[in-house]
Design a protein. Structure first.
Lengths: 476, 353
């Protein structure tokens, strides 16, 4: 029985007793003294009850009118503050938007002088500071499907580029500009298949490294072959990406899509450019991930095949177009293995592209080959979802040091000499890299690396050299 | 520069060798790492609802191992049981608190640990729908979305509940949402229903119960603490001291005079006092806080294994008898004179002492 109920019962009992005692009083016809005593008794009882009521009110856990008024005032003040803050201090957009950006600050030193990147007049330099990347963008959704999660999303980003014209100016170039639609539900968790269509300027679904955005690339310098073959360039077109038959291990919330696929059509003329001929480029990729549990040593072992089949304009000696449907094909094979703390990736590229013959008459095919092997070992908990999502009060993020070794090989043309494209592997380069990434905050890392460049044929302007790089990268 | 290149390589190799050597030479562990498959509201690093929460909130393990210089690290995982498995797979934790499903699935995929103590049993179950829902029974929600935190013990609880009502997961669209996301989705009407504590949702007028189960000892199964086999083999004395701390606090929590105090303590998790008060109303603390690995415990884990197979949640069999290591609990009960303090239940859920 609650205190209030007990009080009500007591009052009722008291009232009842008073009422019941009334007929008896009339029956006995009490005198003035009796009545006085009864009144005094009643007054005492009433006073005690009054005290009980006051005590109960003081001890009551229930809210009083004053309490409610206070809360109401607080709410009104809060609403007022929110409205004012939103009006004066909040950036607003018409749709859900997340701003993001990546900046890299780099110091590099090498044991051979260079003048690359600067027009004449200039002198040799052995070290320099640099801002290799500074990009900013926005992403969000244009339509949110609350029932199925078949959302329409967008991304728009820009990156600065240094001008090599001797000025101190830079360009701001468009990077990503696309919309993406999810054809399949995304609210079913990790069991469901995925299928999206991305239309606009975007990264190509080719291999491993070329698909990674700037902030996610594991080494300071990128692999040579995809850079030389133009695979890091964004292209304009439409690309389907998806996967099916995911192997799900709920023991660790691990999802391994058995098959991933991508198929798309792009201009083939790289970013920020109309198509420069009447041939579109087709890009396709498929990957197979071993269907094993998270606890297996074979988890995250993936094999991929990629294809880029395009048409290029082949420039003749005088700059004229020899062929608008020249071959520009790239074949790729990759292996990805990530079993923290160990990790390894291997990528193979083979390019087949037409160039003008040395004599400027007709075209011939150059065949390029590249391999990149990267081995990782990580100290720390950066790559464990459980640890990095552990509940913490402060700005917690597990620190990690990811050490790596990379061997990078690229032969631009293993066939015969072509115009401006020496053959027989003349321009072959091997690069050994040793370095580490120190992840010391959620989105910030310090990268240190040493590169050794080993050219198959040294020339007067191209000698083997060593390079030291230190780069601080932050994203937001 | 070549010297620098090879120097860096040498330093890396030396670093790796040292990292391997230090840990194997230690007599006592430097750290005692405990994974809790739970966290507070909004990912707050505090939890409630069991005497293990008291151990954490009062810093009792820290106090026990302070004199040995052993650092105690608690990992409270909003990712619940699957996150605990992920951390243990990667040798990041030594002890884990788990519900039945993630523990069994982890074991089936090769994780090697020993069950050393139970931490809670029985308790109510509520099926909650948005306040505007016209559903009167779970069957009325056929074809609709139901929220469930897959991979956690809640997935198995839902499967059991549906089966008892002549239903199956395929009759609904079960989507994967963690506990707090499910509650938010109830408020926004994005799901048709879920299993959750209803009290604060009802107080806000956003949801209501359509089913309440309070007397079924087999709908919610016991929660367990295990120790990694490697750690147990290497540091049995540490495991014993750890279990002693747990049993002592389980005893404190099981005393009725401490009911209110521990409910207040648990509110540090962000959950409301009323949630705990109502959830524990009508239950004896001794029954629900039992750390015993009695017949009831063993039979429910065995049943859960069978259910995991029936619902196709595991691909390999799991044996239970060789999984349980009761010696630490038995020693603790004897040392603390608590051998007969908690009631024992048989395989059918009947009290036997």
């Amino acid at each position: 029985m609650s205190k209030k109920t007990r009080l009500a019962t007591a009052i009722f009992a008291f009232s009842g007793a008073a009422v019941l005692s009334a007929p008896a009083a009339f029956a006995a016809e009490p005198g003035a003294e009796d009545l006085k005593r009864q009144i005094e008794t009643l007054q005492r009882t009433l006073g005690e009850l009054q005290k009980q009521v006051e005590t109960l009110q003081q001890n009551s856990n229930g809210a009083t009118q004053n309490d409610l008024d206070g809360i109401r005032s607080d709410f009104e003040n809060y609403k007022y503050d929110r409205e004012r803050e939103r009006e004066r201090e909040t950036a607003k957009t018409a749709r859900d938007t997340t701003l993001f950006g990546t900046v890299q600050v780099r110091y590099q030193a090498q044991d051979r002088g260079t003048r690359s990147g600067n027009p004449a007049p200039n002198g040799d330099r052995y070290n320099t500071f640099d801002i290799p990347t500074a990009l900013i963008g926005a992403r969000g959704n244009l339509f949110r499907d609350y029932v199925e999660g078949k959302n329409l999303e967008y991304q728009l980003s820009f990156s600065y580029n240094k001008r090599a014209d001797g000025s101190n100016n830079a360009n701001l170039n468009l990077l990503d500009a696309y919309v993406r639609y999810n054809f399949l539900p995304t609210v079913d968790g990790i069991e469901g298949d995925r299928l999206t269509l991305t239309v606009g300027q975007q990264l190509l679904p080719f291999g491993i490294e070329a698909q990674a955005a700037e902030d996610l690339r594991p080494t300071i310098t990128t692999a040579t072959a995809p850079a030389q073959l133009g695979l890091f360039n964004r292209q304009i077109g439409a690309v389907f990406r998806g996967d099916f038959k995911p192997y799900v291990d709920y023991a660790a919330n691990y999802r391994a899509p058995l098959f991933e696929y991508a198929l798309g059509v792009v201009n083939g003329s790289y970013s920020n450019k109309l198509d420069n001929n009447n041939g579109k480029a087709v890009v396709a990729r498929t990957a197979f991930t071993l269907p094993v549990d998270y606890a297996s040593w074979l988890r995250e072992l993936k094999f991929g095949l990629s294809l880029y089949k395009g048409s290029k304009n082949v420039a003749g000696a005088g700059g004229g177009n020899l062929d608008s449907h020249g071959r520009q094909d790239i074949y790729g094979f990759d292996i990805y293995y990530n079993h923290a703390p160990y990790g390894a990736t291997y990528e193979y590229w083979q390019g087949r592209a037409d160039f003008a013959n040395v004599n400027g008459v007709g075209t011939g095919e150059a065949r390029s080959v590249g391999h990149t092997l990267t081995l990782f070992y990580t100290f720390g908990d950066q790559f464990f979802n459980s640890i990095k999502s552990a509940a913490k009060f402060d700005d917690f993020w597990p620190q990690s040091i990811q050490s790596y070794y990379r061997f990078d090989y690229y032969n631009p043309n293993s066939k015969g000499d072509l115009l401006n494209t020496p053959g027989h592997g003349f321009d072959t380069v091997r690069i050994h890299t040793l370095g580490f990434n120190w992840f010391f905050a959620q989105t910030t890392k310090l990268q240190i690396g040493v590169n050794h460049y080993d050219y198959k044929h040294e020339t007067a302007s191209r000698k083997d050299y060593n390079e030291f790089l230190a780069q601080l990268q932050y994203t937001f | 520069m070549k010297k620098l290149f090879y120097g860096l390589l040498g330093a890396l190799t030396l670093g790796l060798s040292l990292a391997g050597g230090v840990s194997s030479a230690a007599e006592n562990p430097k750290e005692l790492r405990i994974a809790i498959s739970s966290a507070g509201v909004g990912g707050k690093p505090k939890f409630g609802g069991s005497w293990v929460a008291n151990v954490h909130l009062k810093g009792l393990v820290e106090r026990e191992f302070e004199k040995d210089g052993i650092k105690v690290v608690w990992y409270l995982f909003p990712g619940a049981g699957p996150a605990t498995n992920e951390a243990f797979s990667n040798k990041k934790v030594d002890f884990g608190l788990h519900g039945d499903l993630p523990m069994i699935v982890g074991r089936a995929t090769g994780l090697k640990h020993k069950i050393i103590i139970a931490t809670g049993r029985f308790g109510p179950l509520y099926f909650v729908v948005p306040s505007g829902s016209t559903a009167k029974t779970i069957a009325d929600l056929k074809g609709q979305k139901i929220g469930s935190f897959k991979g956690t013990n809640q997935q198995l609880v839902l499967s059991r509940l549906l089966k008892r009502n002549g239903l199956a997961e395929k009759d609904f669209r079960v989507i994967n949402l963690d506990g707090y996301a499910s509650r938010t989705s109830l408020a926004t009407g994005d799901i048709g229903g879920t299993i959750t504590s209803p009290w604060s949702l009802e107080a806000r007028g956003v949801a209501k119960r359509i089913l309440e189960v309070r007397d079924d000892k087999f709908i919610n199964t016991p929660v367990t603490i295990w120790v990694g086999e490697e750690f147990e083999a290497k540091y049995p004395q540490i495991v014993q001291r750890f279990v002693n701390v747990l049993v002592k606090e389980a005893h404190w929590s099981s005393l009725e005079e401490n009911r209110e105090e521990q409910f207040r303590l648990w509110t540090q998790s962000g959950n409301q006092y009323a949630d705990y008060k109502n959830d524990w109303e009508g239950y004896a603390l001794k029954d629900r806080h039992s750390p015993l690995l009695d017949e009831y415990y063993i039979s429910t884990i065995k049943k859960s294994v069978e259910e995991c197979k029936e619902f196709k949640l595991i691909r390999k069999d799991v044996t239970v008898d060789d999984w349980i290591e009761p010696k630490y609990l038995n020693t603790a009960l004897k040392e603390l004179g608590l051998e007969n303090f908690w009631p024992r239940f048989d395989a059918q859920g009947k009290q036997i002492n």
